[in-house]
Write a protein of this length. Structure first.
Length: 186
């Protein structure tokens, strides 16, 4: 079942599906070393990868398996980041993920965008639980989880690479699992 998105707006932020015109910006931003280190984006990130992301986002909305959206500045449509909610319709739960462009960090972009998407997930989609994985050494992502009301549910030892996706020479690092129920969102 296709997901119908309401307007997801918070002051100067707008969440919207990515389109082909966004490919150069997505590719440029996803080459950032911190995004490559702390997310599962391909590395090195190419414009072909960005096109695949646009296609994946459209397909997920169409089949109801997720909402993977860009966070843009409402004034000039500049890409500030991305936020995604993958949906498991077997138990009406989800997994949240996000990345933020280097020049948009420390402006609460991830927190505000995630809050908008989580309100949609808990409200209109009636999800009962959302999880978030964050590298234990990624203070920013763990801070976003806390700010949104997530509960730290555990740490998986050496659960992820501490480096670009697929780089088997990168050291392994711990991953924090965060969980959120509808009445806990702040």
């Amino acid at each position: 079942m296709a997901l119908g998105l309401p307007d997801l707006v918070d002051d100067d932020l707008l969440l919207r599906p990515p389109c082909l015109a966004d490919v150069p910006d997505i590719a440029r931003i996803c080459r950032d070393p911190d995004i490559e280190r702390f997310t599962r984006v391909p590395s090195p990130y190419t414009e072909d990868d960005a096109r695949q992301f646009v296609e994946l986002a459209a397909a997920a909305l169409a089949d109801g398996s997720g909402a993977h959206l860009l966070v843009v500045d409402r004034r000039d449509d500049r890409v500030l980041g991305a936020v995604g909610l993958s949906i498991d319709d077997r138990d009406w739960s989800g997994e949240l993920g996000y990345w933020v462009a280097p020049d948009a960090r420390r402006r609460q972009v991830a927190t505000r965008a995630s809050r908008l998407l989580l309100r949609f997930g808990f409200g209109e989609l009636e999800l009962g639980y959302v999880m978030l994985w964050a590298a234990a050494v990624n203070a920013g992502s763990n801070g976003v989880a806390r700010a949104l009301g997530f509960t730290h549910e555990g740490t998986s030892r050496e659960a992820m690479l501490d480096g670009p996706t697929g780089d088997r020479s990168a050291p392994r690092g711990d991953a924090n699992l965060w969980g959120l129920r509808p009445d806990e969102l702040t």
